[in-house]
Design a binder for this molecule. Sequence first.
Ligand code: FAD
Ligand code: NAP
Length: 335
Amino acid sequence: MKFLPEASLRACNTLRLEARARYLCEALSTEDIGRGLVFAREKKMPLLLLGEGSNVVLPPVFDGLVMRIRNQGEELIESSAQRIVVRVAAGVPWHAFVLDCHRRGWHGLENLALIPGTVGAAPMQNIGAYGVEISRFVQEVYVLDRRSGEPVTLSREDCGFAYRHSVFKDAQRERLAISAVTFELPLGQPPCIDYPALRAELQGCADPGPDEVLAAVIRIRTRRLPDPARLPNAGSFFKNPIIDAAPFEVLRAREPELVFWPYQGRFKLAAAWLVDQAGWKGFRKHEVGVHAEQALVLVNYGCADAARLLELAQQIRASVLARFGVKLEIEPAVY
Ligand code: FAD
Ligand code: NAP
């Protein structure tokens, strides 16, 4: 495995932020991941793991080792009439895995089609879209302890999955390197089509099955979401805030147009609505801005670095807090 010194990271993040690493390497196997851990440990350098860089804000200089996780492969652990259990290497592209499962008749992941990134990064924020989260399919996550290099297996319960969250995102962020994930896909389940945008797209389709759901999700996403290859972005920059009933009632009385959904005894607010109402949709200054149709998507229009982007994010957060008393949390991992 090669350790490239003084490497540019611009091509390694979908925001195309200007960033450099002291060393950059690509791990093509689990053994390579172990080698990277040893390299960083021996040189006493910080370590940053990357999949496709579609959910990160990279600093202008990372004075350590950046390791791109690219290990490939899969192992079929169980195939019965009831379920499929499959173990997939962390470096496999997520969407390719979704398409592969669909092709083989292993259904359930169709709602999560076209999400950028790798299988290994998917548990980090419990990726979700169109009413489905991966936590319902994850059986085990295989990790290497970054300090000892020891392999550890985490059960679904160990992962602490929540809305766009897991233990990997905070408590274990600096401790674990995910090398593979095992998914359990129950067979013969009806597709999940309750999400309003998906239901609307499937209108006129009498009995939508997995083929129709996959095609509909791909159509909506292609139509609505800016392609990072053409307009560098990291998807939603802010999470939908979830607040308690008491502050919710106060806010709703003041803002009758508030967009929200009941969520496990609390209330999930539409972050996009808050940002839009605060006047940011379509805003652009220098080389950063807020997408004109997707208020949650911050865009790098040129050669911005993290400071410029985070300054804009901070201004948005401050104005939403001042106007609605709601704190927005940044979704991508900021380094
Ligand atoms: P990266 O951005 O490379 O990394 C993200 C975090 O995971 C970092 O902290 C990194 O250190 C860590 N990490 C990566 N790999 C590993 C590993 N093997 N072991 C340990 N840590 C690791 N997200 C959704 O939930 N739903 C969506 O619908 C969605 N749509 C998106 C649409 C667009 C256009 C874009 C740009 C992003 C979207 N995202 C969405 C966000 C993003 O695609 C996901 O979070 C994805 O899982 C990130 O994968 P990645 O490989 O790019 O991770
Ligand atoms: P959309 O369908 O117009 O929805 C916008 C927001 O409203 C989403 O954040 C979604 O929450 C919420 N929402 C809509 N209907 C809901 C319902 N019935 N119950 C609960 N929440 C509801 O927006 P979109 O931007 O095109 O996104 C479509 C899907 O892709 C969403 O699930 C979104 O999360 C996902 N996506 C995520 C990212 C990312 O980077 N995280 C980027 C693009 C798209 P949820 O986010 O909880 O679904």
